[in-house]
Write a protein that binds this ligand. Structure first.
Ligand SMILES: [Zn+2]
Length: 386
């Protein structure tokens, strides 16, 4: 089955230059063709992925596009495909009525740069990238990588990484599950709550409070530095490092809990695309310029922003163990009594506690919701009248 692993790269000076040259070339191609796509769209025309790809050839042959011939050609092609994906995602979100951001142009000032190669290989325990060569790579111990499909090279906070997608040659199911079904309610107060009446929260090891303090400090320090100065560049790098640390710690947390939960056969969660996230805490990691009162909510907020990623990891790991993630309709999960089925706003007079106005059933509100989720049908399925 297809697997993915992220490894750290240690390119030398020359290789770093070539990697950044590829980032720049991909960005150039992306922005030029996104512009063409938007202009065509405004004239009522649709440029398909195929048509966009065809335009690469004249771009490479143009006097001002010669540099494109010097980088990994599959990286440029994948960059073009990303335009199509961005557009498809855009229209999907429009259809769902969610908050819609039009596909954006890429900036070289973005702290996270990346490109995707389709012809990278592994040689001598090193990642070999077309046009760049073998790069010193830190593989995790005991890791056996099969046939490499795609590699996404990225740079963040001056550190280089590769996400390697590969086929491990093994059958779909590599583990076994315990045959159990579980409902999970993701919440504002706790990260998640299970129908086994257990909260899932980050332990001290994954607590972000101190890291967030440092990040805010780095943000403030940056805002005091003069634009264009060397000190500002240094401060920017320090901030990027803090961001990266938070991201890594959060991902580690998500991996650990999804590993544990994937021991089950079926896990049911709410379909978050449908769920109204009005209770979502304010503030985000991308925007740390917030009032002090919002800071306390940031730890939670960062984790809440990762629910999508959590479900993604969980789904992948459940499948690996022959299990399944089922997304259910979130309607009434918090107001419905999990014992008698009575639905009323009156059941939730207290935020943390559920008390049924009909049968007097009383329970932790998140626990009640997780049981309802466990008993719900998958989104899109209709219940047959019996
Ligand atoms: Zn009841």
């Amino acid at each position: 089955m297809l697997r993915v692993v992220k490894v750290r790269l240690y390119p030398n000076k020359k290789q770093k230059q070539l990697i950044h040259k590829t980032f720049g070339s991909c960005r150039y191609v992306y922005n030029m063709l996104l512009d063409a796509k938007i202009k065509a769209y405004e004239c009522g025309d649709n440029l398909s992925a195929y048509e966009l790809k065809k335009r690469l050839v004249p771009m490479k042959n143009a006097e001002d596009g010669k540099f494109l011939k010097e980088v990994d050609s599959t990286a440029l092609q994948n960059s073009v495909l990303k335009i199509d994906i961005a557009y498809k995602n855009f229209f999907r979100r429009v259809k769902q009525g969610g908050a819609v951001g039009f596909p954006k142009f890429k900036s070289k000032h973005n702290s996270h740069q990346s490109y995707q190669s389709s012809t990278a290989t592994i040689k001598n325990s090193k990642l070999k990238l077309p046009r760049i060569g073998e790069i010193k790579t830190k593989f995790h111990r005991g890791e056996i990588i099969g046939k490499v499909k795609t590699v996404t090279v990225s740079c963040e906070a001056n550190q280089y990484f590769a996400s390697i997608n590969y086929e491990d040659g093994k059958k779909e199911v590599i583990g076994t599950n315990n045959g159990k079904s579980l409902g999970i309610d993701v919440g504002v107060k706790v990260f998640a709550y299970t129908s086994e009446n257990k909260p899932i929260n980050p332990t001290k090891e994954h607590d972000l409070t101190e890291d967030i303090k440092k990040m805010i400090k780095a943000q403030k320090s940056l805002s005091r530095k003069k634009k264009g100065s060397a000190n500002r560049a240094k401060a920017k790098m320090r901030l990027a490092k803090k961001h990266l640390k938070i991201k890594n710690k959060r991902n580690d947390f998500l991996h650990k809990i999804s590993n544990k939960l994937s021991e089950n056969q079926t896990v049911k969660v709410e379909n978050l695309q449908v769920k109204n996230m009005s209770k979502k805490a304010k503030g985000s990691i991308e925007n740390p310029n917030m009032r002090a009162s919002a800071k306390s909510g940031l730890n939670r907020s960062i984790l809440q922003q990762s629910w999508g990623k959590f479900f993604e990891l969980l789904e992948y790991k459940l499948k690996r163990n022959g299990g399944e993630l089922i997304k259910v309709n979130p309607k009434h999960t918090s107001q419905k009594c999990s014992r008698c089925g009575h639905i009323s706003k009156g059941n939730r007079l207290k935020q943390a506690q559920f008390i049924c106005t009909k049968c007097s059933f009383s329970a932790n509100a998140d626990y009640n919701a997780s049981v309802n989720i466990l008993n719900s049908n998958a989104v899109g399925t209709t219940v047959k009248a019996s």
